[in-house]
Design a binder for this molecule. Sequence first.
Ligand code: PPY
Length: 353
Amino acid sequence: MSASLLEHEQIAIRTGRRSGVPIIIAVHSTVLGPAAGGCRMWRYRRWQDGLEDVLRLSAGMTAKFAAAGLARGGGKTVVALPEEMELGPGQRREVLLDVADAIEALGGIYATGPDVGTGPDDMALMGERTNHVFCKPTALGGSGDSSPHTADGTLAALQAVATGLDGTRSLRGLRLAVVGLGNVGARIAAALAQEGAELVLSDIDPGKQALAEQLGARWEAPEAALTAEVDIVVPAALGGVLTDVTVPALRCRAIAGPANNQLATPEVADLLQARGIEWVPDYVASAGGVIHAVSVELDGLGEDDAHKRVLGIEGTVRDLLADAKRRGVSAAVAAEELVRARLGAAARLGGAA
Ligand code: PPY
């Protein structure tokens, strides 16, 4: 099959009736189950840039669910705000209602959740128009903020990486650079400080420097933090940070973090492998949020059991790294094979039914 053929099952693009802003929903795959994936509200120079983003992010969600062993497909929403647009509260409400209408119109093949630029309160608002929403506040019957669980899952992945580096799960004394201190990155940084790791912290917002001081960490600008001499780099901001320009400058031994779409292009995984830098595929390290949401909201698990599932990311990463090492391939290749095998098995079952 040619790579230029559309890989997605469906893409819905509409101008919000109330808000006038472009809303794009990409349903990448429903092979494993109805699609899910967050709603990203972000500024783009052109709405077409938002389209490009949503295509990659939704494919990433298919891989995220498949690698986590969950029966959901991949989708994503991008609200492509014009660069100069400042949303007031009234306008924000209009945007969210427009998104909710667009989701409802898909008839249940896709449910949304939080992503960069949206949170549980936004999910509550959309819940006024559609049931296909994860992570509403717990008071409204949802599973609440997913970011603590994304952070927990990333920490579990980091323990598996630490085991690979020096044979112990402990992060004490390891040097880590956390690039991006949003909801997830800040939590990871605090937990790492608590564990006794040596930290380099960074964010595009210089105001976050206070957190570095509070945690006794060194502060660096984002590019410097990415290329700092540390054991593990933790990308926790927007995607695309690993490129054919940044990879040659890296001085870390491994990379694992919650940012989605860390590789600028798939080939960057080979560059990392050639440099001997272990990279945990982002869709594996960042799955804690969706694992928690799906476990609680669809599978009816209690908090303790959902938490255990999130911590299962440690074993998933350990197995992937071991499998990759044994076969002399990158963890990216090993993870892609796992995803393809699970999608293939489900497609065969679906075909036989
Ligand atoms: C992601 O993990 O990248 C998401 O899209 C967040 C999310 C969380 C819960 C349900 C659906 C999406």
